[in-house]
Write a protein that binds this ligand. Sequence first.
Ligand code: KG4
Ligand code: ZN
Length: 340
Amino acid sequence: MDITILGIESSCDDTSAAVIRGGRLLSNVIASQEVHRQYGGVIPELASRAHQQNIIPVVDRAIREAGIGMSDLDGIAFTRGPGLLGSLLVGVSFAKGLALSLDVPMMEINHLQGHICSHFIDLPDRDLPHPRFPFLCLLVSGGHSQIVLVKDYLDMEIVGTTIDDAAGEAFDKCAKLMGLPYPGGPVIDRLAKEGDPKRFKFAKPSVDGFNYSFSGLKTSFLYFLRDRMHEDPRFIDDNKANLCASLQATIIDILLAKLTKAAKQYDIRDIAIAGGVSANSGLREAIAEEGRKRGWRTFLPEFRFTTDNAAMIAVTGYFKYQRGEFAPMDISPVARISRM
Ligand code: KG4
Ligand code: ZN
């Protein structure tokens, strides 16, 4: 019988549970928390409370949708970090209680490894494309912007990282400056489709190696808007699509420049993207185009596996289960993890 793993994800503002059997996804339930929208960002205290309310119904639905019973589970995988401590505590504590009651092992998962392992999920009726080791993954989310050298399912090395803001943060903060709702990434993506990406130019950072920086872009965008609004108070309203398209193009250029450099240096042609920002249609097109030019095989995750989800946690747990890498009962969540 194939191994059946329940995955639990609660690192930020999505409560998610998923069931994977033998690497194939049987269910993936996500409850997103709308409560943060009115504050223009995630409020940690509200996030942990919402996880507490959501976790049991979400796990229950994931089990039912998978068509299994709790007693069919061989192990429980949970996100240990990085993330918001109060949010992580809900998932970690729930996983411990369930593992104890079912007498099955637990696997602690690094959320970032999870995002990357989303490339190894298969569907019940269909295999999805999997990159071959070693490959490079551009991991871009609300909290992280990294280039990761992936040597094996559980053997990864960060070769470049942001020294300040993440790419998703740049999208979200710049969207806020334009008065767009949170999270701004998907809104900018939508508006950018109507705009001219060459209409405005924004400063690009100069950072060492394969590292990124996005805080300068946010500041230059702020000053640019302030100066233009001073001359014309309708500037943002009249130029929203062009602003979004130009900003998005700048972020994509910054991301691709370092990714291309790393691909050359490591002589790697399997290139993947992962994390919430990998849902961005402009980035997906740009990576695919770059791949065609450079002879890369590019791997773009299905949309439902880009933003936070438990399917990626369950599949990573499946690999850990096979290697017997189990977590002790006294394990605690961690807000920050600097290594993979
Ligand atoms: O991976 P994720 O769900 O959570 C973290 O681990 O951070 O990523 C959320 C981030 C947010 O910053 C959001 O604005 C961004 O992903 N995002 C996008 C798009 N969809 C989500 N950014 C640009 N374009 C999108 N379509
Ligand atoms: Zn994430």
